[in-house]
Design a protein. Structure first.
Lengths: 332, 332
């Protein structure tokens, strides 16, 4: 397998956590890794880098930089070079915990769109109490959408779910404010019949109609389709909501010596739960619709998260996901 | 004070929980109550109803009935009669745990809009880990919105926050997908400058720009403005997310005798937390912009929730909220 190109300079904890996680993925899972970034900064971390490839890139796109102009201007940035490595056949996938918009723009501009794809979309895994995560897309690539794009998001998400995540027959739902097909805003009401008309069996999936916000964190649906504005709001609302509940819990646990002692005993039980719901643990988002595997990790990604991302990227490459996506959106 | 007209027939637990909660509010808080519904059904519950007024209404609008046509057709329904009681000066407020859309339609059609209000909006309190709830509006009345409506939602929400909820100088935020004013979908990008241009000082509030999903459950903002589609999705997403986390916690607590024992000791600490985040405890939503106080409770409202709703309604009536709302939206 060609190496996974990791943007070593992107992320709140870059380059330290990025490099550490990548090296661990290379060592423990035998995944070939290409670190893209400034050799001096990478070398200064003091790791033995002999087991990974280094791809020099002199510039770094800041986390809060304007995505489009940064990607156009900073041609020697780690993000742009990582995308080029995939385009040029030097890497099999790219992974970044950096500026999400810039990662998207770099992938889109350098790799290009899969033929037939109107707009690539970000597919984000949302944890559920049990079972596999729900796939939410678009989680932020396209703030304003056409009804037809939502159908394609559903197709891309279904194939990603089936081929990339091993869901046997993904159930695709349209995010709305009521289960009836007459419920929703204008976009959703126009998209519903288009989604209902598509032959989901052809891509090994099914359309289950509208779903609601309360279904997002359940196992009642596998792929949730939304415009990128609503999807991004949902994602961040859940992140904030879960964080608030966990913070309140920890507060309560520390409220008295008795509570602390009892909580201590619960730790082994609560830790896996925490890991399941923690934003940092739930896997990377994937930009679906570009000609290559592009994984986008949370900005706050730890070394663990990066290691998981590299392994996840390699697994996706092995499924030949992009070929399957292309087949799904190809005109009949 | 004129009585609070309670739709005794609306809600998953109607009429039993509705009547029980209303009677307790009347007894414990000395709030005058008018139960609107079928006298036979109310009498059959076996309570002493001598302390409250009974307003006969022969019909019941089902929880899943189509709102507009039900309200038009079922003129003797408890919901329509409750709204009429307010309109006719026989009640000071209405409260229903029934069909939300129908409650909205009944209030709108019978009470009418406050002069100058384009579209009434549902303001829903969202719990935060500490401090008062955040007020989210529109939480579902208007799936498709004009930018100007969002400005008015902000005005209505700010006055509700200051006068109705006692927030000294409400901070109003526009829900978007980035803090910069250039971030958002077309609606939000058009609404932002309109919100920024309004003289918030005139109504004792301030505009703090865009906020994101992750701010919803924090104390960083008091009033969150959104179109009714996004607002409703946010509300239901949080309900579902918190429910999922709590269910997973309870599962973990029951996973072994040791865990159960430790959890038992934490109960006194966790119970107030549970009450804070439980959908049933966080207060009723208010339909802002109609000529009267109209509170809408969660369909699953318990007797406790209804008691709180009645007391909340009486408190709002005493603030003369509707007059303040009318002053805020009046043309300069």
């Amino acid at each position: 397998m060609l190496p996974i190109a990791v943007d070593a300079m992107g992320g709140d904890n870059a380059p330290a956590a990025i490099v550490e996680g990548s090296l661990r993925a290379a060592a423990e899972s035998d995944v070939p890794v290409m670190l893209v970034g400034q050799p001096d900064a990478l070398g200064a971390l003091g790791h033995d880098l002999s087991g990974v490839e280094i791809f020099e890139a002199s510039e770094v796109i800041a986390m809060d930089a304007e995505p489009g102009s940064s990607v156009r201007r900073m041609k020697d940035s780690s993000l742009v070079r990582a995308a080029e490595a995939v385009r040029d056949g030097n890497a099999s996938a790219m992974l970044s915990a950096g500026n999400t918009g810039a990662a998207m723009a770099a992938a889109l501009l350098r790799m290009g769109r899969i033929k037939g794809v109107s707009r690539p979309a970000i597919a984000t895994p949302i944890p559920t109490p049990s079972g596999p995560p729900t796939i939410l897309l678009d989680a932020g690539a396209n703030a304003d959408c056409q009804p037809e794009w939502l159908v394609q998001f559903g197709q891309l998400g279904a194939v990603y779910g089936r081929v990339g995540c091993g869901i046997e027959r993904p159930r695709v739902g349209l995010l709305s404010i009521g289960e009836e097909e007459t419920k929703g805003n204008a976009l959703v009401k126009e998209a519903h019949p288009l989604l209902a008309d598509f032959d989901w069996g052809r891509i090994g999936a099914e359309f289950i109609g509208n779903v609601e916000g309360r279904d997002v964190m359940t196992s009642d649906v596998d792929v949730i389709v939304a415009d990128g504005f609503t999807g991004n709001v949902v994602l961040k609302t859940l992140e904030g909501g879960i964080k608030a509940v966990i913070a309140a819990l920890l507060d309560a646990f520390g409220s008295s010596p008795e509570a602390a002692e009892a909580a201590e005993k619960l730790l082994p039980t609560l830790e896996p739960l925490y890991r399941r719901f923690d934003a940092d643990s739930i896997g990377s988002a994937m930009l679906l619709g570009v000609k290559g595997v592009c994984l986008i990790s949370h900005g706050s990604s730890s070394a663990d998260a990066m290691m998981n991302g590299v392994v996840q990227g390699a697994a996706l490459v092995e499924t030949d996901l992009v070929t399957h996506l292309a087949a799904a959106v190809a005109p009949d």
